[in-house]
Design a protein around this ligand. Structure first.
Ligand code: AHG
Ligand code: MN
Ligand code: MN
Length: 339
């Protein structure tokens, strides 16, 4: 019999709020609004093959990437669900170059929301798991004024909450508000997210590594040595590791969180800053994985200490079980010394 209590995400958020005596309930209502938006996106994702929402919009986004219709649908849905709740002073999205202002006729709140509305877009048409990632900060500019870029560009360690949804064989929502990491599975019959993974802890060491090996040629020599090390045989350290790579960050990180191991998207000789975006992919995932007892590095230090300079800046990321992230940092540092 599962020890997990029958609990909806709304109930759980309220119980989390009680852990913070000073809480006003604003963050709780913000998280509940997000859960509703994710339910609606999940509905659309699950019938994407049936309605004309697959394929490309014909536009390119700020990163020069072809925008999928589902990217824009998810972006619009999040904006419409979150702009009038009165909890936010500003938003930012992968699909918008600038910050997203709260419309004048809506109340301004004290939180900041950044999001990747749809992660893993290249996998949409192949029906491979995709997701949504969100990151929440408290504003740093004066209350009751429109939020600014400064409110958005805070180091990841300043987050007050973060989470992701994986639209896969089921829709799972994982979040942390600083007190543990909790997962909820959507029960489509009742339209509720039910607690299914209470207080997730990532294994101290894993036996799975996750990276796009197609970029091997361009990697740092220390990373090449690390991957070769993982492929050697050694029972004591469970080597060779297995290799798993979905190509959707949310799916690869969700597996890493539950099973342990390491997910890497490094910088390389072609992409000097890596591919994944700091503010709405790497920081929220780092906040979750650290809250679950793991580690998130940019290769030579704590990822959430990066002081952002640009809304869409990219960063290398090595994230997962502490033992494994420590190990890859050692291999990279050793090769740096030999350079
Ligand atoms: P997005 O769809 O939001 O642009 O994100 C895609 C990202 C991420 O989900 C994944 O880890 C990575 O792209 C895969 O990149 P490669 O195809 O280069 O491996
Ligand atoms: Mn993404
Ligand atoms: Mn995206």
């Amino acid at each position: 019999m599962s020890k997990t209590r029958f609990m909806t995400i709304e109930r759980h958020i309220i119980e989390e709020e009680r852990l913070h005596p000073e809480a006003t309930g604003e963050l709780s209502r913000l998280l509940s609004d997000l859960a509703i938006a994710i339910k609606i996106i999940s509905l659309q994702v699950n019938k994407a093959g049936l309605v004309d929402i697959l394929g490309l919009t014909g536009d390119e986004n700020v990163h020069g990437e072809h925008v999928k219709k589902l990217d824009m649908y998810a972006h619009d849905m999040l904006f419409k669900a979150m702009d009038h709740g009165g909890h936010l002073c500003v938003m930012a999205s992968e699909e918008e170059e600038d910050i997203i202002r709260i419309p004048d006729d809506f109340k301004l709140g004290k939180y900041v929301l950044l999001f990747d509305p749809l992660d893993g877009s290249s996998n949409i048409d192949a029906n491979v798991s995709i997701g949504t990632i969100f990151s929440i900060y408290k504003r740093i500019t004066p209350d009751h004024t429109p939020g600014t870029l400064d409110d958005c560009l805070q180091p990841g360690m300043k987050q007050v909450a973060s989470g992701y949804a994986v639209y896969g064989s089921s829709t799972i929502l994982v979040y942390t508000a600083g007190h543990g990491v909790h997962g909820f599975t959507l029960d489509p019959a009742i339209g509720e997210f039910i607690l299914s993974h209470e207080d997730i802890k990532i294994p101290e060491k894993g036996k799975i590594y996750s990276i796009n090996e197609g970029n091997y040629l361009y990697w740092h020599p220390g990373l090449k040595k690390y991957i070769k090390y993982l492929q050697e045989e050694d029972n004591a350290t469970h080597r060779p590791y297995s290799s798993r790579y979905v190509g959707s960050m949310v799916a690869d990180i969700h597996r890493t969180l539950l099973y342990g191991g390491i997910f890497m998207y490094p910088s390389d000789s072609r992409s000097h800053h890596g591919k994944l975006r700091l503010m709405y992919e790497c920081n929220p995932m780092a906040f979750i994985v650290e809250a679950a007892g793991g580690k998130a590095s940019h290769g030579s230090g704590r990822l959430m200490e990066i002081v952002p300079s640009n809304l869409h800046q990219r960063t290398p990321i090595y994230i997962g079980s502490k033992y494994d992230v420590d190990m890859v940092e050692e291999f990279i540092a050793r090769e740096e010394k030999n350079r």
